[in-house]
Design a binder for this molecule. Sequence first.
Ligand SMILES: C[S@@+](CC[C@H](N)C(=O)[O-])C[C@H]1O[C@@H](n2cnc3c(N)ncnc32)[C@H](O)[C@@H]1O
Length: 237
Amino acid sequence: MTQMTSQEPEARKRAGSAELDALRTAEERRVTDEGNPARPTGESGSMMLQRMNRSHADVTNWALDYLDFDSSATALDIGCGGGATMRRILDRMGPGSGVVVGVDYSEVSCEESRRLNADMIEAGSMRVVQASVEDLPFDDASFDLITTVESFYFWPDPLESLREVRRVLKREGSFMLVADVYRKEGLSRQVLDNIEKYHLTVLTPQEYRDLFVAAGFSDVTVHVRPGTDWICVEGVA
Ligand SMILES: C[S@@+](CC[C@H](N)C(=O)[O-])C[C@H]1O[C@@H](n2cnc3c(N)ncnc32)[C@H](O)[C@@H]1O
């Protein structure tokens, strides 16, 4: 959720989200306010998603490094936004028969994901579906891998949504939740204000673990990256 300009990747690697917030420009704040990260809309929503495709690259790649990729897998990215995570997943799967589906309840997010990934959609390796995580339009046990990046914060009923995610995951399949801020001592006033402003669900590592277990996931693993506020949580269906 934290935003920054794309020309500061080194600063991003060093900084936690509190510092990143201090890097935000007034223009970025305006676009984010207008674009609405909870459900992107309009021209500002498109601009914000294109920026997030870049600014979420490092935290996403850090988390994806924990996963194993199978070139014939069927993967789902929930809250796919501008579509860059879908592309990162397909790249990591490598050449094969793998398919990546993106789902997002925002029309603008679906449009951006389709635009970015037009070639892969044309090739039959990707698909984008407009729907909410609360009611995923997929059969039980449809996916080998499910990811969500910077989206869980907004989900309406965290426990029920996670149960719905687990429903569409194949047994022994993995779900990875990625966020660039988790609840801990020392978060800046600005980050705490944003959590309140957007009504974000931001949990401690233990709360994430408990929630995943309550939703039925096993082998729950939580990673945090020292020197940042990043967290990723992996559970097996
Ligand atoms: C902050 S953006 C992150 C987008 C992208 N994953 C990224 O990392 O750049 C959050 C995305 O989650 C989507 N989202 C939020 N709540 C959702 C829900 N209940 N169901 C589906 N998508 C949701 C929003 O529409 C938005 O596209």
